[in-house]
Design a protein. Structure first.
Ligand code: C5P
Length: 215
């Protein structure tokens, strides 16, 4: 069984997808981490972002492995390094390339083959798993997402002005919605869950209800 959870940055997809996977005894796949890992690898290999052929070749040979919630690239654990602002700011150079997306799509389908899985990202219900058993589009207003992100950063000891959080979020939303392939949008058969004003427990309960009614 495949459950897809797509949505914009800051909607809480990872945390909900992880909890849902735990509750149902499913695997969990964070596809954003895969885009992050190949971006980090390209930066470390000093590939120019304008060198499309080199980026595609790199993504094609990138060996991404999951061990629980930890991800490794070519045998090296990169779980923490993929979350830096430098990586976040550069992901679009790879995520915008249809040939890179094709490589990662194949890897995602390979990981899911024969398993029950909750997979989260931007294109899971639209392009990667169009026949998924249950598709959820998890969203929240830009204001609420920015407030949550601001709080997360503060909890981690990183202080950023709310205006800067909003500007960075707007930029990412625009990039994610506009790419030629794999753009962020709800699948036609997805259930949209707007989490404004909902507690994390309410979001989890509602998500589990949606999944139960889909199967
Ligand atoms: O989910 P996360 O915020 O870690 O994803 C980082 C970036 O990777 C997204 O902003 C998006 O550009 C890209 N991504 C993607 N397709 C996915 C998952 C993530 O293009 N399935």
């Amino acid at each position: 069984m495949i459950v897809t959870i797509d949505g914009p940055a800051g909607a809480g997809k990872s945390s909900i997808a992880r909890q849902v996977a735990d509750r149902l005894g499913f695997e969990f796949l964070d596809t954003g981490a895969m885009y992050r890992a190949v971006t980090l690898g390209a930066i470390r290999a000093q590939i120019e972002f304008s060198d499309v052929d080199a980026l595609v070749a790199f993504a094609g040979t990138a060996d991404l492995k999951w061990k629980g919630c930890r991800i490794s690239l070519n045998g090296v654990d990169v779980t923490e390094e993929i979350r830096t602002p430098t990586v976040t700011g550069a992901i679009r150079y790879l995520a915008d390339l249809p040939d890179v997306r094709r490589q990662l799509t194949l890897q995602q389908r390979r990981i899911a083959a024969g398993r029950s899985i909750v997979t989260e990202g931007r294109d899971q219900g639209t392009d990667v798993f169009p026949d998924a058993d249950c598709k959820i589009f998890l969203t929240a207003s830009p204001h609420e997402r920015a407030l949550r992100r601001h709080q997360q950063l503060a909890d981690a000891g990183r202080h950023m002005a709310i205006e800067d959080v909003i500007a960075a979020q707007d930029r990412r939303d625009a990039e994610d919605r506009c790419r030629p392939v794999g753009a962020l949008r709800p699948a036609d058969d997805a259930v949209t869950l707007d989490t404004d004003g909902m507690s994390p427990d309410e979001v989890l309960d509602r998500t589990l209800q949606i999944i139960e009614s889909a199967v």
